[in-house]
Design a protein around this ligand. Structure first.
Ligand SMILES: Nc1ncnc2c1ncn2[C@@H]1O[C@H](COP(=O)(O)OP(=O)(O)OP(=O)(O)O)[C@@H](O)[C@H]1O
Ligand SMILES: O=C(O)C1=C[C@@H](O)[C@@H](O)[C@H](O)C1
Ligand SMILES: [Mg+2]
Length: 179
């Protein structure tokens, strides 16, 4: 499998796996534009993700995510961090494979819990969970989604490394694919 420079690089993975953090750094390193689907949808709608979920519901948000993916076809090659739930929408993974290289940032449940416990407020699926609900909810959602994430072409752990260290590893993988 080869990565072609004229294609996008998609980062997928669970909430908190580091897609937005690592994606911005990777784009800087590769001198490519960086696009974050959550931020793009917020800009386009003039609302936060929390407001979209509250006013229109999750199904409407997933439709906006698919519209976002469809719009990317005509965009210059970019590094794209996609929302944590986007890969589980029917056809989404196929669309990403058609226009780029899909990379899964794989992070264990325990690390996700540590990272997300203080970052619940901007994530509508998490913000109302009590401390006792938090762990079982993440565990169940991760196990529902992992099958989609594993359809990525490249699986890269993101836990016992800094975001910058992962960017260097990713760059090496991309160079290998391009040779
Ligand atoms: N390798 C890492 N080591 C330590 N902390 C990290 C690492 N990667 C990301 N983080 C931290 O984890 C938190 C979640 O990261 P980030 O917001 O990038 O995740 P995400 O995958 O974009 O989540 P979402 O799907 O909800 O948008 C942030 O506080 C970020 O700084
Ligand atoms: O995992 C999810 O379903 C989500 C992840 C975030 O990136 C946002 O897209 C939103 O909070 C939903
Ligand atoms: Mg993000």
């Amino acid at each position: 499998m080869e990565w072609q420079k004229e294609k996008h690089i998609f980062l997928i993975g669970f909430m908190g796996s580091g897609k937005s953090t690592v994606g911005a750094l990777l784009a800087e390193r590769l001198k490519l534009p960086f696009i974050d689907s959550d931020k793009e949808i917020e800009k386009q709608q003039g609302k936060t993700i929390n407001e979209i979920f509250a006013q229109s519901g999750e199904v409407a948000f997933r439709e906006l995510e698919m519209e976002f993916l469809n719009r990317l076809k005509s965009q210059e090659p970019s590094v794209i961090a996609v929302g944590g739930g986007l890969p589980s929408i029917p056809r989404a993974i196929e669309l990403m494979h058609e226009s780029g290289l899909v990379i899964y940032l794989n992070t264990s449940l325990l690390t996700l819990i540590q990272r997300l416990k203080n970052e619940k407020q901007d994530r509508p699926l998490l913000r109302e969970l009590s401390d006792t609900e938090f762990h079982p909810f993440l565990e169940a959602l991760l196990s529902e989604r992992v099958h989609f994430y594993k359809q990525a072409k490249l699986i890269m752990p993101n836990e016992r490394n800094s975001p910058n260290e992962l960017v260097l590893k990713l760059e090496k993988e991309l160079i290998k694919l391009n040779n």
